[in-house]
Structures are given as structure tokens and as C-alpha cells.
Design a protein around this ligand. Structure first.
Ligand code: HGY
Ligand code: MN
Ligand code: MN
Length: 425
């Protein structure tokens, strides 16, 4: 096994890992939800964590700034202030009733890597920029990856009219947050400004835990499509309406929900989830005339994802025809699969194997989405996965061992050093 490039003191790594864990606890307390963690885009909680992250960035020599999309960044130059930057980071927003490590650990690990490389970065052929993306989850407006889409120059003006559950549009939310919608383009970065993007993230699945491995290289990130669907039937009296006279929208939607699981399980690396289902008018003694549900559909490849959607739509047609129903779907979010760059996979693998001594770094496909999907439009991307217990995520029981965070920090630092070494040749 080749010797690691970095000679980092083990106790400095251990201290950094403990700091990440305690800061994840600090940020978990900044929540709009009593008794749980919820921090959505352009909320007061988002503003608070950006200010705290800016202080933590400043502490390690990063010059902080909030961009036109509400992302919090911090930059330190390498040997040439005009050179491209290597972007490290993840996101600080959460889903409702979230865990405390999804995204957050990656941002804090990136800050610790800059602290550990303070002496080396001034001689790097690139600068280093830590980014805390503002909306990876899409929990407030339905469209995910808004913060990183702005950085990738992929902002769609149609998004300004997206509204949250209180009817607040994205445009209004920008203005209330103190951002100017007309300046969103200022968040965009050009490809020549970036030397690459590396993101450390918990796996959010059980493969590493089941294999007894600590870290993995990510090979690719799943493509995603999110839909809001509605099934229309006829509301009728729950007692007097015979079954042969019913057009029960909830029964039809329920058949579709079961079909989503059957269709996706029959495919390889295609995952379909119905996270929300609601009946209307929603009274105990009325046959539901309408049912609304969401669909989160992912695939290792865009083609297999889209083939599954075609099959699901055909199944909905059959159910609707048989039950006298009508259905419609509105697509909320689409993101193509992203392949991680082989050169960045190599440095992440070197970071894991040489930096931590893990014998072999497995390569894993990520069924979870990440900001790297957006940044992959303008730069090479690489990801490092950390084991998290039983893969539990998007749940308060989400957990990660401090030892794995330490190994992840060590691996990420070594990966950065390997990239600097390669780019210096
Ligand atoms: O939903 C996802 O895959 C990610 O956690 N936002
Ligand atoms: Mn998430
Ligand atoms: Mn995440």
C-alpha cells in the first residue's frame, strides 16, 4: 500500500471528528419543528445556520459569502488567486423530522479538511471553496436541488411561481429572505472556475453497514423524477351507494400505489416511493371522489427510470378504465443520472485506501440524490460515502459513528492532497 501523502496527527483528526459531531448537534437545535429537525429553504432557520456556518468557515481561514441563491460559501486561495477552485461541501437544509447528519456532516467535514490542510493549501494549484447548499431536499417548494441548480447556471424562471404549502411563492420567499430574484444569475459559476467538486455524505442505505465497511467511493448518482398525481372519481354516500355504482378515487389510487412497488421491484436499481396520499373530501362517511399522491421515482439510468414511469402510467390507465376514474400527473422535479468522474473516483479511492488503510474501497451507486447532480453539469464530481447505522436516514434515528467521521475526514483530506499533487504535475 503506497504511503499517504499527508502526515496528519491522529489526535487532530479525532478532534476534528468530535467537533463535526457536536456541531451537527448544534445545528439540529435550529429547527422550525418542535421536538424534531426541520430546516427548509429561505426560512429563518436557514438564515441562522448560514450565519453560524459563515463563522465556522471564517475560523479556518475561509472568506465567507452568501450567494444570490442563499448558498453559504467560504473560499481560500491556493498559490494563484486566479486559479480555479476545488469545491467541497454538501447541504444544510433538511426534510421534515430529519436526521442530523444528512448533508450537514458533509459541510462540516469539508470545513475540517480546510482546517487540517491550512499549511498545504497556499501551495495548491487550485483554491478551495466550501459550499453549504441551501436547498438540496426540495422540501418546501417541491423542486429539489434549487441552491445547487443556481450555482450550475440551471435556474428555470418558471420556478419563481412555485408555492409552498402556505401559498408563498419562491419569488416572495426570496424577497422575504432578503434576496433579489433579478440577481439569481450571479450565483452561477462557469466551468472554468471549478477544478472539481467533492462531497462527503452518509450513505443513507445499509450496504456499508451490512458489509462491515466504513467508507466507499460513489460511482454514480441516481436519476430522479418526482410527480404529484390526482385520481378523480365521484364522491358518494358511504352507506347508500352500492359498490357497482361507485367510482372510488382512493381505491383506484391505492391499487396504483401497490403497482408502483410491484413494477419497480421487478426492475434493477429502480426505486419508486409514494410518500404522500390524501383522500378528498376526506370524511368518514363519504366515498372519496378524489385522491392525490406523490411519486418519487429513481433509477441508476435515465432509461430504466423512464421505462418504469411508462409502465406505471399504463397501469394507471388500466385501473382508471376498469373503475371509471380519471387520473393526471404533474411532474415537479427531474434530474438525470450523474456519473462520477473517474479521476475524482481515483483520488477518493486513494484517500480511503491510503489515508485510512481501509483495504478496499467499494464503489457504490447512490440511490439517494445529491447536490453533485447539479454541479455535475459544470464540473467533474466525486463523492465519498460514510457508513451510517443500518442506512437509516430522513429519520431522527439517523446516526453515524464518530470513528467513521474521522476516517471520512482523513480520506477526504488525502483525496484533496492527491488531486493537488496530480494537478501540480
Ligand atoms: O431524496 C434524496 O435522495 C436526498 O436525500 N435528497
Ligand atoms: Mn436527504
Ligand atoms: Mn443529502
Amino acid at each position: 500500500m503506497p504511503r499517504p501523502l499527508l502526515d496528519l496527527a491522529p489526535d487532530a483528526i479525532a478532534t476534528a471528528a468530535r467537533r463535526v459531531m457536536s456541531r451537527c448537534d448544534d445545528l439540529a437545535a435550529i429547527s422550525s419543528m418542535d421536538g424534531g429537525i426541520e430546516r427548509v429553504y429561505l426560512s429563518p432557520e436557514h438564515a441562522r445556520v448560514n450565519r453560524i456556518a459563515a463563522d465556522w468557515m471564517r475560523e479556518v481561514g475561509l472568506a465567507p459569502r452568501q450567494d444570490a441563491a442563499g448558498n453559504q460559501l467560504g473560499r481560500v486561495d491556493g498559490r494563484d488567486p486566479d486559479a480555479p477552485v476545488l469545491m467541497l461541501g454538501s447541504h444544510l437544509d433538511t426534510v421534515p423530522d430529519a436526521g442530523r447528519y444528512d448533508g450537514i456532516a458533509g459541510v462540516l467535514m469539508a470545513i475540517e479538511v480546510v482546517r487540517l490542510l491550512a499549511r498545504e493549501i497556499p501551495s495548491f494549484p487550485f483554491g478551495v471553496e466550501v459550499v453549504a447548499f441551501s436547498d438540496e431536499e426540495g422540501a418546501r417548494f417541491g423542486k429539489a436541488l434549487l441552491g445547487s441548480s443556481a450555482v450550475a447556471g440551471a435556474w428555470d424562471p418558471a420556478w419563481w411561481e412555485l408555492a409552498d404549502q402556505d401559498g408563498v411563492t419562491l419569488r416572495q420567499a426570496f424577497l422575504e429572505f432578503g434576496l433579489d430574484p433579478s440577481r439569481i444569475a450571479e450565483a452561477a459559476r462557469r466551468p472554468d472556475e471549478l477544478a472539481g467538486y467533492l462531497e462527503a455524505h452518509i450513505e443513507q442505505g445499509p450496504r456499508l453497514d451490512r458489509a462491515g465497511e466504513s467508507l466507499a467511493v460513489v460511482s454514480s448518482i441516481a436519476s430522479a423524477r418526482r410527480f404529484q398525481l390526482a385520481v378523480h372519481g365521484e364522491a358518494r354516500h358511504a352507506g347508500g351507494t352500492p359498490y357497482d355504482a361507485r367510482r372510488d378515487a382512493l381505491i383506484g389510487a391505492s391499487e396504483a400505489v401497490v403497482a408502483v412497488e410491484r413494477i419497480c421491484r421487478a426492475q434493477h436499481h429502480v426505486i419508486g416511493t409514494v410518500g404522500q396520499l390524501e383522500a378528498f373530501p376526506g370524511a368518514v362517511n363519504i366515498v372519496p371522489g378524489e385522491a392525490r399522491f406523490t411519486l418519487d421515482l429513481r433509477g441508476e439510468f435515465d432509461g430504466t427510470r423512464d421505462a418504469a414511469w411508462t409502465t406505471i402510467a399504463a397501469e394507471l390507465d388500466e385501473i382508471a378504465g376498469r373503475r371509471g376514474l380519471r387520473w393526471e400527473a404533474r411532474e415537479l422535479h427531474t434530474a438525470g443520472a450523474v456519473m462520477c468522474a473517474p479521476t475524482l473516483m481515483d483520488v477518493v479511492r486513494a484517500g480511503i485506501e491510503e489515508g485510512t488503510g481501509q483495504r478496499v474501497a467499494p464503489s457504490l451507486f447512490s440511490p439517494a440524490g445529491h447536490d453533485a447532480m447539479s454541479i455535475g453539469r459544470i464540473a467533474d464530481v466525486g463523492m465519498l460515502f460514510l457508513r451510517n447505522r443500518d442506512g437509516i436516514s430522513h429519520h431522527p434515528d439517523e446516526s453515524v459513528a464518530v470513528e467513521d467521521v474521522a476516517r471520512g475526514i482523513r480520506a477526504l483530506a488525502e483525496a484533496v492532497a492527491h488531486l493537488a499533487d496530480e494537478r501540480s504535475r
